[in-house]
Ligand binder design. Structure first.
Ligand SMILES: Cc1cc2nc3c(=O)[nH]c(=O)nc-3n(C[C@H](O)[C@H](O)[C@H](O)COP(=O)(O)OP(=O)(O)OC[C@H]3O[C@@H](n4cnc5c(N)ncnc54)[C@H](O)[C@@H]3O)c2cc1C
Length: 446
């Protein structure tokens, strides 16, 4: 089932193939650094920008900071009025931290968020099925896993950008190639700008991906309710991820900091359901789903401020070789969930968005600064093929893991809880997929 997307307001004026052909005749434009110019709302002028990033989420901001570190200025268009606060938290693994180290913000975040030491898996009645100590399991002894508040991650990245680089309340409504080889972007408020390069970081419902011919992400049959509990006098939990596996329902909680605990409940649902925003309804539903489960779960949900509770139908998109469109079309490229939405079962969506950001920034900055004929289009194609090899297998693996964890047949769940998890489950794949090396971008800038 295709997930509802936010694409309806995007007008498609010309197909990507026609657009590529327009671009291929365009003169190669030299990128130049430039600070953000004020919006042209209402005065009818068309502003000119070089690199425009659509979407100020994790992918968009990490790409903007990475480019900035390499001497390339960009403008970020974000539809929201400010950073999303409802995003609660997420966990970042070693590969995500490696990117945050490379762009020079990791230590500011490490000082605020606790290092997770291990994982405990229990059945819905609280019986421990398995536990892992992260460092003991890892031959390299360098695992790093922390829960991070999304808002703080975004604010930390944004603080690295020049003043005015992010333009809020700027929803992309229309994209159109111009005869000069530029890309015309029209915002929902009617203002327009011309860009020479567009980086689509507009998330799972990406209008730009749709325009490029990608099918909508597919709903995978279960939803997540998540929240961030607050304990002003200090939270009482060990620094471990605690999983609880039931039948068609699973839950988890993760201490994020000395006062905050992130949790989620995933439950099977034949349809994505209504976009419920009433957090008191969501809180009630989460508690109902884990009603007879260990009481700490109910306590954590009860300790959650309403404004941090959200519900997401989960969806992904498999990037089949030769069938799916490439990551780029001319001078337009996709990054993060806009390109490869994956289910959160491996905790890798944001980590991969961060990886994309540095890989793309290096290739794009290389093309912009290159004295030879290495073009932006080539840089984007090279990014697409390098990153496809990384993200496609992870998308599939996350999907399969989720299917097992959402089993609801009692016999199958009993085999899972009595044999598969206690005797066969291994952290080895997780330890392998968090390997990603990334050199500092700050040193490259000099
Ligand atoms: C339940 C759940 C749990 C998760 N847990 C983890 C985890 O533990 N670890 C992990 O690594 N990942 C996790 N993820 C995945 C992670 O949240 C995403 O992969 C990540 O947020 C992708 O970042 P992004 O910047 O690509 O997209 P987004 O975060 O969705 O950002 C897209 C941005 O684009 C803006 N935008 C959209 N359309 C427009 C437009 N037309 N004009 C202008 N702006 C626009 C949006 O407002 C938004 O700010 C989880 C996801 C879910 C649903």
């Amino acid at each position: 089932m295709a997930m509802a997307s936010a694409t309806s307001s995007l007008t498609i004026l010309r197909s990507p193939s026609a657009f590529v052909s327009t671009l291929s005749h365009a003169t190669k434009m030299l990128m130049r650094s430039g600070s953000f110019q004020p919006s042209n709302r209402g005065n009818g002028e068309v502003r000119k920008e070089e690199v425009v990033i659509v979407g100020g989420g994790i992918a968009g901001l990490a790409t903007a900071v990475s480019l900035d570190r390499l001497g390339v200025k960009s403008t970020v268009l974000e539809q929201a009025e400010s950073f999303r606060s409802g995003g609660t938290s997420l966990t970042l693994s070693k590969n995500g931290w490696s990117v945050l180290d490379a762009i020079g913000v990791a230590n500011r975040l490490r000082s605020q968020f606790s290092q997770i030491e291990g994982l405990v898996i229990r059945s819905e009645d609280g019986k421990q099925l398995r536990s892992f100590n992260l460092l003991e399991e890892d031959p390299r002894q360098d695992q790093e896993l922390r829960g991070v508040e999304r808002r703080i991650l975004l604010e930390t990245l944004a603080a690295e950008l020049p003043k005015g680089a992010i333009q809020f309340s700027s929803k992309l409504a229309r994209i159109e190639p111009t005869s000069e080889g530029d890309i015309l972007l029209e915002l929902a408020d009617g203002s327009k700008l011309h860009a020479t390069t567009v980086i689509g970081c507009d998330g799972i419902g990406s209008p730009i991906a749709k325009w490029m011919g990608f099918h909508e992400p597919k709903y995978v049959g279960y939803c997540a309710i998540r929240g961030l509990a607050t304990y002003s006098d200090g939270q009482p939990y060990e620094p471990r991820v605690n999983y609880f596996y039931g039948r068609g329902v699973r839950a988890a909680y993760v201490p994020v900091s000395p006062t905050k605990v992130y949790w989620f409940v995933c439950f099977n649902s034949p349809s994505p359901g209504p976009s419920t925003t009433d957090s008191s309804v969501l809180k009630k539903q989460a508690k109902e789903l884990v009603r007879n489960w260990p009481s700490e779960l109910l306590d954590i949900v009860d300790s959650t401020p309403d404004d941090t509770i959200i519900r997401n139908p989960l969806a992904d998109r498999w990037l089949w070789p030769t069938i799916s469109p490439p990551a780029s079309t001319g001078r337009i490229v996709l990054v993060g969930d806009a390109w490869h939405p994956m289910t959160p079962n491996l905790g890798q969506g944001a980590c991969c968005a961060l990886e994309d950001a540095v890989v793309l920034a290096k290739k794009l900055a290389g093309a912009i600064n290159s004295k030879d004929q290495y073009s932006v289009e080539e840089a984007f194609r090279s990014y697409g093929s390098e990153r496809w090899r990384r993200v496609f297998p992870l998308t599939v693996r996350a999907h399969l893991v989720g299917s097992i964890l959402q089993w609801e047949n009692p016999l199958v769940c009993s085999i899972r809880n009595k044999i598969i998890i206690p005797k066969l489950a291994s952290l080895k794949p997780m330890l392998e997929h968090t390997n990603f090396t990334c050199e500092s971008l700050q040193e490259e800038k000099q």
